[in-house]
Design a protein around this ligand. Structure first.
Ligand SMILES: [Zn+2]
Length: 277
């Protein structure tokens, strides 16, 4: 009887191990990983300042006027362990992005070489992203700046991007923190640092906004709104556009979202995040 129980146990253990191996090799979901890459790259960004004559160029941005590399560049070889179905799905994602050229700028991501990835929040309509938005101590900080940031969030939300943000989180529980500083050393007025997991899901972010432009001029609340529009674009996962008609142009010229900003964000949230290769 004991032997029989033992053999049942052993058989059960073998079945479990085989199942675990299969699960690990084939079935493990490629998303929802909670693991944060220890060396997650940050998207470091830029901005703005409308109607200023000072040249402000994001060092990470493509130079204005420079044409993007041809989108027909052969993709880098994928991880040999990647299944055929996953490669097929990525191929379809690239096709959809290329097909959107003209009315979105996501194709500029595909055109870039290297480890092109789509980053975005996952399923955050019913459990909004928790944001800490508090007052700053930087000179020229005004409480109207907080309303300007709220207005920028509201504008993106009106555009229909399927991610929601709660702006009343405390700093301990928040996934996104806003910080204020007087000025950046570099020629910019805002910066967004993002962290994502191995599958491209955004997990947290820090948005830093300046209270003075790089020329030392104090920013007004409406300037802060425009900077926040741009930085929230990064926060939802957008990269720069090469078109100065878009708010996501590195050196922002416009003061509201363009149809391409909105279409790019909407398409991003129809696609699976992660590598495109
Ligand atoms: Zn930027």
């Amino acid at each position: 009887m004991i032997e029989r129980r033992l053999s049942v146990l052993v058989a059960g253990l073998i079945v479990f191990l085989v199942f675990a191996m299969l699960w690990n090799g084939f079935v493990r979901p490629s998303h929802r990983s909670a693991r944060i890459e220890s060396a997650a790259p940050s998207s470091t960004l830029v901005t703005i300042i409308p109607d200023s004559a000072t040249a402000r160029r994001d060092t990470t941005a493509r130079q204005a006027g420079q044409s993007p590399p041809p989108p027909t560049a052969a993709p880098a070889p994928a991880d040999p362990g990647t299944s055929y179905m996953v490669l097929l799905a990525r191929s379809e994602t690239r096709r959809r992005i290329r097909a959107s050229a003209g009315y979105t700028y996501l194709n500029e991501v595909v055109a870039e070489s290297g480890d092109s990835m789509l980053h975005r929040w996952d399923n955050r309509i019913f459990t909004p992203v928790r944001v800490f938005l508090g007052p700053g101590t930087a000179a020229n900080f005004q409480t109207s700046f907080l309303d300007a940031v709220r207005e920028a969030f509201e504008r993106w939300q009106q555009a229909g991007v399927p991610v929601r943000f709660r702006l009343d989180a405390d700093s301990v529980s928040a996934e996104v923190h806003f910080a204020w500083k007087v000025q950046f050393e570099m020629k910019r007025t805002g910066q967004t640092d993002l962290t994502w997991d191995q599958d491209g899901h955004l997990v947290n972010g820090v948005v830093t906004l300046a209270t003075f432009d790089p020329g030392g001029r104090p920013l007004a609340a409406d300037d802060v709104r425009v900077v926040a529009l741009h930085e929230i674009g990064h926060l939802i996962g957008l990269d720069h556009s090469s078109d100065s008609a878009d708010v996501m142009f590195a050196n922002t010229k416009v003061r509201d979202l363009s149809p391409r900003d909105i279409a790019s964000a909407l398409l991003l949230y129809q696609l699976s995040p992660g590598t495109l290769r």
